[in-house]
Design a protein around this ligand. Structure first.
Ligand code: UT7
Length: 337
């Protein structure tokens, strides 16, 4: 049981009632990539921990992945889509410029009552979505929120750039957050942060208002993701450590109280380095990047689904979600499952 949290004034909590994930069937291995760019399974494995990533075909879109993950989360929650009040899709690879990916998900699920929007906080999109829904549920105004992280990053990947194309994969994960008043289970504390000064570390510049689709690009590669790997690496370790530390301090928790830290899966070395600084033992840090690569906003809910299904997290456990990504953005949530 956690100690009282200072900023928890409501009697309501947002509990995780359902969870689910979906990845496309097609797999791209490190050996496949070594035939496309100058790289090797050995380099990718030792530098990132990634072995395989799942990639969409032309017919598989972000809304499709999101809706499949959502159906699974609704099933574990035993909830009808008609009971949803809010649908948030964390994504930076949306279905279209507009309307939102969440609109397509609402349509596919037939969740007529829900109000819906996309949230562009990159790899932190799912965590931001959890924190926002938590506020609406805790206020007592709404009952059921569906928070999804869904990405088709391989559609904005430059397959000639070996520094970035080895990192990313496609997929979606979702949770159903539900208002509960037992005052025990659920989200205990959430925090978010951002540093817009460092936007250049990780970006995809076209097509937006700066580089509109109708205008010729000086550099045709601006339609793809660009990363400054080293800078992202250092910032990621720092912000993950700070975010987890803040959660633990605000909730009066020690490492002994935590069952699992589920980090955004961006690079196994980044996660291991942050875990070492936090003095967390290996068994309390979940890693599944070897199978999926970096799926941005989808990675935490995919990891959570894997974690629960493999029995590594059980009802009653205290868990921390943490993420870091483009923006720069970061955030974390601590909850009793
Ligand atoms: O979710 C947030 C998004 N995630 C990220 O942006 C990733 C964060 N950064 C990282 O994960 C790591 O920085 C990388 C995996 C991208 C790179 O690992 P690194 O240990 O930081 O390598 P590096 O960039 O310092 O490059 C080391 C060497 C360079 O060669 P030289 O200059 O030492 O001769 C690179 O050219 O490795 C070379 N290199 C590669 N070699 C084989 C870069 N990419 C590759 C590659 N295969 N795919």
């Amino acid at each position: 049981m956690t100690k009282a949290v200072k900023d928890q004034t409501s009697t309501y909590r947002a509990i995780i009632a359902g969870y689910g994930s979906f990845v496309p069937a097609k797999r791209l291995t490190n050996d496949d990539l070594s035939k496309m760019v100058d790289t090797s399974d050995e380099w990718i494995t030792t530098r990132t921990g990634i072995k395989v990533r799942h990639i969409t075909n032309d017919n598989e879109t972000t809304a499709f992945l999101a809706a499949e993950a959502a159906k699974r989360a609704l099933k574990t929650a035993n909830l009808s889509p008609s009971e949803l009040d809010i649908i948030i899709v964390g994504t930076i690879t949306p279905e279209m410029v507009f309307p939102s990916t969440a609109s397509f998900v609402q349509r596919q699920l037939k969740a007529q009552k829900a109000w819906v929007f996309d949230l562009a906080a990159a790899c932190s999109g799912f965590i931001y979505g959890v924190a926002i829904s938590q506020q609406f549920l805790q206020s007592g105004r709404y009952k059921n929120a569906l928070v999804i992280g869904a990405e088709t990053l391989t559609k904005i990947t430059n397959w000639k750039d070996r520094t970035s194309c080895i990192l990313f994969g496609d997929g979606a994960g979702a949770v159903v957050l539900q208002r509960a008043d037992d005052g025990r289970r659920g989200v205990i504390y959430s925090m978010m942060g951002a540093d817009g000064q460092r936007w250049e570390a990780l970006n995809c510049q076209a097509y937006g208002s700066r580089y509109p689709a109708g205008k010729k690009l000086n550099d045709p590669d601006k339609i793809y993701m660009e990363i400054k790997g080293r800078e992202v690496y250092q910032q990621a370790v720092r912000r993950i450590v700070e975010s987890v530390t803040e959660c633990m301090e605000k909730c009066g928790l020690t490492n002994d109280d935590i069952a699992m830290v589920i980090s955004h899966q961006m690079n196994a070395r980044i996660i291991e380095s942050a875990a070492k600084r936090l003095k967390l033992p290996d068994e309390k840090v979940f890693l599944n990047i070897s199978e999926y690569g970096n799926t941005s906003a989808a990675s935490v809910p995919i990891a959570f689904d894997d974690c629960v299904r493999s029995g590594r997290v059980k009802r009653g456990d205290i868990v921390i979600f943490v993420a870091f990504g483009a923006g720069l953005t970061w955030g974390a949530s601590v909850f009793e499952f």
